[in-house]
Design a protein around this ligand. Structure first.
Ligand SMILES: *Cc1c(COP(=O)(O)O)cnc(C)c1O
Length: 303
């Protein structure tokens, strides 16, 4: 059995000078407290997919990720707890013969079987993973599986993330609900779940995502809801140099924020989101009276 989730997740006011100076309120939606083994937005996105897997009689999940993928660990933990098999296709064949890092070790400890692919084979496999029975070789090799895309962002994932704004009371014209953007599934769900008047803002954590990430969110909207939404946008100016990069300035911001507010900040996504919001607020990007709700999508890494 999968351990119970803490729902709704806590919503806390965060009084912070950097925002107050700009006349902007900040609240934190503590999705990092959602679940002990399937963190934050990974739980939001996986829950409806797991229900679908069980309903359709699948006994095996297959998915993709890099060497430190939170999504891989989340799928491994959830599948293990539900008695489903799981397979992780990992980017980087050179990792096969090396001692496992903490993340891959955790995935294996939860019961996930790992297959290591060259970057070319990985691209090919993820590119074909859209349907349930992808045609690429590694997918065929593992037989019938429920295939989840990289990062877990599919139509059901967006529907799962749409529960986040549904847990926020009284959203209206002055509200902007904000999240980091990796593959876009979380932002897609948040935008779709907002009431009229409220808006969603995503902060891209990777470099060069302009256009591509917007297309991904729009694609997920069509797949999940059969239409587009015009209440969201993505900021591309705060990726800090690229995915996984944590410049000294960002590290300093995160440490100060943690000290001031007692909230541990995951660095690759959550710290980037909050630093971006502080910067945008200081630059006058939000009208005075704006209420920002930052979704704390996950936990700091254990190592
Ligand atoms: C995976 C992850 C994200 C990215 O979410 P997407 O739905 O892929 O955009 C954001 N925050 C944290 C903490 C994550 O682990």
């Amino acid at each position: 059995m999968l351990e119970a989730a803490l729902l709704p997740t806590p919503l806390v006011d965060c009084t912070d000078e950097a925002f107050a100076r700009a006349g902007v309120e900040l609240r934190l939606k503590r999705d990092d407290l959602l679940h002990p083994t399937v963190p934050g937005n990974k739980w939001r996105k996986l829950a409806p997919n797991l229900a679908a897997a069980v309903e359709r009689g699948h006994t095996r999940l297959l998915t993709f990720g890099g060497a430190y993928s939170t999504h891989l660990r989340a799928v491994a933990a959830a599948a293990g707890a539900l008695g489903l098999e799981s397979v992780g296709l990992v980017r980087g064949e050179e990792l096969a013969d090396r001692p496992r890092n903490w993340s891959l070790r955790a995935a294996e400890a939860a019961g996930m079987r790992l297959e290591f692919l060259t970057r070319a084979a990985y691209r090919e496999a993820t590119g074909r993973a859209e349907g349930e029975d992808g045609a690429a070789d590694p997918l065929r090799r593992w037989g019938p599986c429920l295939v989840l895309p990289e990062g877990g962002s599919n139509a059901l994932a967006a529907v799962g993330a749409a529960a986040i704004p549904a847990e926020l009371p009284d959203l209206g014209e002055r509200d902007v609900v904000c999240c980091p953007v990796g593959t876009g599934g979380t932002l897609a769900g948040i935008a779709a779940g907002l009431p009229a008047g409220a808006r969603a803002l995503g902060v891209a954590v990777l470099r060069g995502g302009e256009g591509y990430l917007e297309e991904e969110v729009a694609r997920l909207h069509r797949a999940a809801y059969g239409r587009g939404f015009d209440n969201w946008r993505i900021d591309h100016g705060h990726h800090g140099g690229g995915y996984g990069k944590v410049p000294a300035e960002l590290a300093g911001f995160a440490e100060r924020f943690e000290r001031r507010h007692g909230v541990p900040l995951e660095r690759r996504y959550v710290a980037k989101l909050l630093a971006a919001l502080a910067d945008l607020a200081a630059a006058g990007a939000f009208p005075r009276g704006t209420r920002l709700t930052a979704v704390v999508t996950g936990l700091p890494d254990p190592e």
